[in-house]
Write a protein that binds this ligand. Structure first.
Ligand code: TYD
Length: 206
């Protein structure tokens, strides 16, 4: 069976990863690849409802409930969207995935990291990204890019977002062959050149 590729885009709010994902989708499509783009949380109809619960500033969500909601969205998304597209041989570009949960709910909120890794395995049925691009940017730059209108997660504050950033960097050290670090302080074009280089290596490897 023809196998697709699963590529995830990770990093802080304001790291610019969504722009990079969109540029990557156009670039790969121009080359004739069959590409689908998606995101967590909130890709599917049920996910959109979960996303509203998670990100609307007016909602109070406890830390453990937050963890389960992100995981519920993921379980649904993997089963109903990501896995079928991979089986169809497509390149799936996903804005945030399992590493977001480890970085935000684990390193940021302080939930048990090993437990989160196990729960991620259950949510994904063990489907793992072939490649993860981690866009790293200083917390101050990221917060400036986000601006004044913040959702429930963005509004948590600088100390939390520093922990998230360090969590991501730790994850990259633990998984250097899957997670590739990209300096996102650079210009969009420079960051995109690095993105293309890394994805080309994956496609060459087959
Ligand atoms: P979103 O608007 O998609 O942020 P961005 O455009 O920066 O990706 O909001 C997703 C928010 O949810 C973001 O603050 C990160 C957070 N998040 C978690 O805390 N845990 C998770 O598992 C996921 C997928 C996202």
């Amino acid at each position: 069976m023809k196998k697709g590729y699963f590529i995830t885009f990770e990093g802080a709010d304001g790291s610019g990863k969504t722009t990079q994902l969109e540029n990557t989708a156009s670039w790969l499509t121009e080359q004739g690849f069959n590409v689908v783009t998606t995101r967590e949380p909130g890709a599917l109809d049920t996910g959109k409802k979960i996303r509203e619960l998670l990100l609307n500033n007016e909602n109070f969500v406890s830390d453990r409930a937050e963890m389960f909601l992100f995981l519920a969205d993921r379980a649904n998304h993997i089963e109903l969207f990501i896995e079928p597209n991979l089986k169809a041989g497509k390149i799936v570009l996903c804005d945030r995935h399992t590493d977001s949960t480890i970085a935000y709910q684990g390193y940021g909120r302080g939930q048990n990291i090993q437990l989160l890794k196990d729960l991620n395995k259950i949510a994904t049925g063990n489907i793992r990204p072939d490649l993860t691009l981690l866009y790293d940017v200083s917390t101050q730059t990221a917060m400036k890019r986000v601006g004044n209108i913040k959702d429930r997660m963005e509004a948590i504050g600088e100390e939390f977002h520093n922990k998230v950033r360090n969590g991501y960097l730790q994850l990259q050290k633990e998984n250097p062959s899957r997670i590739k670090l990209i300096d996102a302080n650079n210009s969009i074009d420079k960051v995109f050149d690095n993105t293309k280089k890394i994805i080309n290596e994956l496609l060459k490897r087959g």
